[in-house]
Write a new protein. Structure first.
Length: 432
């Protein structure tokens, strides 16, 4: 009888051993490639700066709003001249056509994604209740909100909208609401439901989806962007009466590793990947630093810098920065911006344009920035952000008017970045 019991025990162990790999295999790796904007208009430096300042409720310097409007008008005139000369838009396929496909061989979901308005935003297709919308992946916020059929026709014109009545899995959260507001009162607000959300094969059932019933003009005008998917920490979520978990917080336990990576490049295909680090996308070893999650951001110390590999200089002792995929520019300590542009011939802090500008033919040096005690390089070519006129360009590096530094897409163009939600750390390495 004892021998029989021993046999049962051994068979039980074998069964457990054989079952373990199955559970591990269920932990997936999922990739979402970027989608190219088919309606390229041109970069607007002052507008990108204004958007960031509003997002973080920072003081808005005089002249920035006017400069953004004037630049919009100049871009429109340039477009009209090109149309008059017979030039055609050569953007890629419409972002809303992206669809997920799964590879049975490696369990990797693949989608399609790229820069909007010439790198102003990186958009990715997300499937919600069987409907695909292009969303802005934003590591600086924690709400998943979308354009939907509750908005007026005027607000949704040109947008792809989510229709909750066409989803078999949508459920309204009774009494729940959300409101994201910026310093000037712009933003989005509405009610909340839950639905199945699929990003490149990574799927969450019962994910909180916020349905905007009011959106600011800036979002309405951005017709290629149909909402935001926040990837900061869940404590920043604005749903009331109870904040909701982000997609990443909900999905990370099912990933091969509890992390996601941002491979965002200038004028080239890139991707977000959940669950693994693709070592073919960067050179050398990845540097890891701890993040401070107190305020809900991927935040780290950044108090030193260097220009073109020169001697390290201190900007402000104890200075903090956040890694934000939802911000276009790189807003650094004023000491960093001033020292950098002092090395660029013809660069000026142009109050009429709202920031630093320089001759478009100027040679821009590389910039090294302190990320948690380690230096990361931003290539000079990535700092040339937008054309102001035929001779003048707007810098992708600008001075923050507040204490917080925001390392946006200008930083990501030069660096492959990993966000680890398992141990709350940030990894970075130079792009290949």
């Amino acid at each position: 009888m004892q021998s029989f019991a021993k046999l049962l025990f051994i068979f039980g162990l074998l069964a457990l051993a054989s079952a373990s790999p199955t559970k591990i295999q269920k932990r997936g790796v999922y990739k979402v490639e970027r989608v190219r904007n088919p309606n390229f208009t041109g970069r607007n430096g002052p507008r990108a700066l204004l958007k960031t300042l509003r997002k973080y409720r920072m003081p808005i310097p005089a002249g920035v709003a006017n400069a953004a409007q004037q630049q919009n008008e100049m871009i429109t005139k340039r477009q009209n001249r090109r149309k008059g000369k017979g030039h055609k838009n050569k953007g890629g396929a419409a972002a809303s056509n992206g669809q997920a496909t799964a590879s049975a061989a490696n369990g990797t979901g693949l989608v399609t994604n790229t820069p909007e308005a010439n790198d102003v935003e990186y958009l990715s297709p997300v499937n919600i209740g069987g409907q695909t919308l292009n969303l802005d992946f934003d590591s600086g916020s924690s709400d998943l909100w979308v354009f939907n059929t509750q908005l007026s026709n005027a607000a949704t014109q040109g947008h792809t909208v989510f229709d909750p009545t066409q989803s078999k899995t949508f459920q309204l959260m009774q009494g729940a609401s959300f409101q994201i507001s910026y310093g000037d009162g712009s933003g989005a607000a509405g009610n909340v439901g839950t639905d199945t959300v699929d990003i490149g094969g990574a799927t969450v059932t019962g994910q909180a989806v916020e349905l905007a019933t009011a959106v600011s003009k800036s979002f309405v005008e951005d017709t290629n962007n149909n909402g935001l998917l926040g990837l900061a920490f869940s404590q920043l979520n604005t749903v009331q009466p109870a904040p909701q978990k982000t997609f990443f917080d909900n999905v990370k336990s099912s990933l091969a590793e509890p992390l996601f990576t941002a491979d965002l490049r200038a004028q080239a295909a890139g991707a977000y990947e959940f669950g693994a680090i693709d070592t073919s996308k960067f050179t050398g070893a990845m540097t890891w630093v701890p993040v401070n999650t107190t305020d809900g951001f991927w935040q780290f110390t950044s108090e030193q810098f260097a220009i073109d590999g020169g001697q390290a200089q201190t900007s402000t002792a104890g200075a903090q920065a956040i890694a934000d995929t939802g911000t276009t520019l790189l807003l650094a300590d004023p000491a960093v911006a001033q020292a950098y542009y002092a090395q660029v011939d013809g660069a000026v802090n142009d109050q009429q344009q709202g920031g630093f500008t320089f001759p478009c033919n100027a040679q821009l040096p590389d910039l090294q920035l302190d990320v948690g005690g380690n230096m990361a390089t931003v290539k000079g070519t990535d700092i040339n952000f937008a054309q102001v006129d035929d001779q003048t360009c707007f810098g992708g590096l600008q001075a923050t008017p507040a204490g917080l530094q925001v390392y946006g897409d200008i930083f990501f163009k030069s660096n492959f970045v990993a966000f680890n939600g398992g141990n709350n750390s940030l990894g970075f390495a130079q792009h290949v």
